[in-house]
Design a protein around this ligand. Structure first.
Ligand code: M6R
Length: 617
């Protein structure tokens, strides 16, 4: 949600802001705008409801004077609808000051009342304009010093925010602040950048700084200064972005989602790389934590959406291999129910973006309650890892499509590595057992590639004839259950078709009433060789729905003949151990959701109403 870019330097800022905003489009937005200080020191503003292309057309038709300092924003509406007026930047101090914002300022109404009583007026319905007007007042009260005014302003604000501001009286300065909302700094030569994430500036620099909570940053072409909200200097953590701008481009694919599904083998492979050697798991980020892993007696996984389904898959492996009890909780439920936590609980958060507000708040809550925290995250410089005791990065590369695909398989891979490491440390698995599992994990990328090569066309064909389908059900048992949930979520979010995932064992407890002739039902079938008992139960479930006229699509192991007479379509996955099947079975479901949405003529990358990164509660 909301993308933020800031620039100071020698180049024309408009192009830099627009390209940064284009790279942040994936976050989801409904209006866009920029503010630029031109060579004469005047402040130019343009903002438009709709896609970035609308803003671009407007700028082409009525160019702004060129300038080298600027801020840009894509807005996902919260306070006030997606209109030109509510779009950011917002102006204040007689149109000399511009502000952009991501997050929600909870006490904006009180501050607005105060400002209105002092004679200030407002154009928009946003909480952001309140911050802008307050900053304008403080600018005058603090000797026309934008940084001092910014400090005074942010201290008044409650809630979550990233704010950026510039003022025409200090034309080579952009000031930013963050609280529970993302902001990273890009370091250039004679130029500096700010962005919601590194995608905003990776085209220009891969040298970045991650700033912490409740910190303020001031960038000029030559300097970057970071302080806390009281003005005390703070240490900032430099990092190098591990991917280049090309990684965040479509590169000839029809959509980012198509590209990202095709990258699932690499996402798994890159997450394993450098963390296993000769059958031993060694995760450098976890050095020094062996005592912690010996002491814990419980693991709680917190996440939202697809990341939570990865957590559900992870629970099976963690419990199987480490014998530590694991609970998986939706982050947004977790902290509102007084969960039992102590220093022997390890709370593992999973988040592709590392910015999901619900997950972030749950991590903070866990820290306050004395639990130990570890985050599994795909985004360098993101907030959640910074709030956690330890981090295991997934190396899926930038994920741009709203629907999470390659990050999902990378998240499961990272949990498996963690589980094998903890199991080895605790002696819950022998070295030989760990080595066997490592071997299986290392074989996964190749097996995913086989599915992509063999099944894509077949899936696209039957997805085409299913374009008018109104509802699809997904069934799975054991690790197949979270995969059923993931298949249903993916279909809902990008094809807008009603879809439900069920534990196959629940069928006769209710869901079977939904089956009528023609109802499509996807079934994730366990391996007959590896899990004969589960296999026969799922085959019985298929019989039950098939007998009632369901159109069955079975995702089954190569050679499984039992599904043939009772399925309308069979999608084959290579042989794998029970815990490794989910990494394979999910791939046809990702392809199917994408193929069906494409057949319906929908935008698979930016589905309606959704944002890639849910940075508000
Ligand atoms: O960035 P996160 O992994 O924390 O995001 C969590 C969910 O918002 C995300 O997985 C969402 O469910 C996806 N759009 C699903 O495809």
């Amino acid at each position: 949600m909301c993308g933020i870019v800031g620039y100071v330097g020698p180049r024309e800022s408009e192009a830099i802001l627009l390209s940064g905003l284009a790279r942040l489009e994936y976050r989801g937005y409904d209006s866009a705008g920029i503010a630029v200080i031109d060579a004469d020191g005047d402040l130019g503003l343009r903002k438009r409801a709709g896609k970035l292309s609308v803003l671009r057309e407007d700028l082409d038709a009525h160019p702004l004077p060129a300038g080298t300092t600027g801020i840009g924003h894509t807005r996902w509406a919260t306070h006030g609808g997606p209109t030109d007026v509510n779009a950011h930047p917002h102006l204040a101090d007689h149109e000399q000051l511009a502000v952009i914002h991501n997050g929600i300022i909870e006490n904006y109404a009180q501050i607005k009342d105060e400002l209105v009583s002092e004679g200030y007026s407002f154009l928009s319905e946003t909480d952001t304009e309140v911050a802008a007007v307050l900053l304008g007042r403080e600018f005058r009260a603090h000797g026309e010093d934008l940084v001092a005014a910014f400090r005074a302003t942010v201290k008044r604000l409650d809630g979550a925010f990233t704010l950026l501001a510039l003022h025409r009286e200090q034309p080579h300065l952009v000031v930013g602040a963050r609280r529970n909302s993302p902001l990273v700094i890009g370091l250039g030569e004679g130029e500096n950048f700010l962005g919601s994430d590194v995608a905003a500036f990776v085209e220009y620099t891969r040298n970045a700084l991650a700033i912490g909570q409740d910190q303020i940053v001031a960038i000029t072409p030559e300097a970057v200064t970071v302080t806390d909200f009281d003005g005390n200097p703070v240490e900032v953590e430099p990092f190098e972005v591990t991917w280049d701008a090309a990684a965040a481009e479509k590169g000839g694919w029809s959509s980012f989602m198509a590209k990202e599904v095709s990258e699932e083998p690499e996402a798994v492979g890159n997450t394993i790389r450098g963390r296993v050697r000769d059958g031993v798991v060694s995760i450098p980020e976890l050095d020094g934590l062996d005592d912690l892993f010996r002491e814990i007696n419980r693991i709680v996984i917190i996440a939202a959406g697809t990341a939570a389904y990865a957590g559900q898959v992870g629970k099976y492996a963690l419990e199987e291999w480490t014998r530590i009890p694991v609970d998986v909780e939706l982050a947004h439920e977790f902290r509102y129910r007084n969960p039992i936590l102590d220093e022997r609980t390890l709370v593992v958060s999973i988040s592709q973006s590392g910015e999901t507000m619900d997950t972030l708040m749950a991590v903070k809550y866990a820290v306050e309650r004395g639990a130990r925290t570890l985050s599994i995250c795909n985004t360098q410089g993101a907030t959640i890892p910074r709030e956690s005791d330890a981090i295991v990065y997934t190396h899926a590369g930038p994920e741009v499509a709203v629907a999470s695909t390659k990050a999902f398989v990378a998240q499961i891979t990272a949990i498996y590595l963690l589980a094998l490491h903890v199991a080895a440390v605790r002696g819950a698995l022998t070295a030989t057992e760990v080595a066997q599992h490592v071997l299986e994990l290392e074989a996964v990328p190749e097996k995913i590639q086989q599915i992509l090569d063999r099944e894509q066309e077949h899936i696209e064909q039957f997805a085409h004839w299913m374009a008018d389908t109104r509802s699809v059900l997904f069934l799975g048992r054991h690790v197949g259950f979270p995969i059923a949930l993931e298949g249903a979520l993916k279909l809902k979010e990008i094809s807008y078709i009603h879809a439900e995932g069920f534990a196959a064992g629940e069928l006769k407890h209710g869901p079977i009433a939904l089956i009528e002739p023609g109802q499509p039902v996807f079934v994730i079938v366990p391996s007959p060789r590896e899990s004969p008992v589960l296999h026969s139960k799922v085959v019985s479930n298929i019989r039950e729905v098939h007998a009632r006229g369901a159109r069955v699509v079975a995702i089954a192991e190569e050679g499984d003949a039992a599904v043939l007479p009772i399925s309308d379509e069979v999608l084959r996955i290579p042989l794998a151990g029970p815990l490794f099947e989910p990494l394979l079975a999910v791939v046809p479901l990702h392809i199917f959701a994408m193929a069906l949405a494409t057949a319906k003529g929908l935008d698979v990358d930016q589905p309606r109403n959704l944002a890639k990164s849910v940075t508000v509660e």
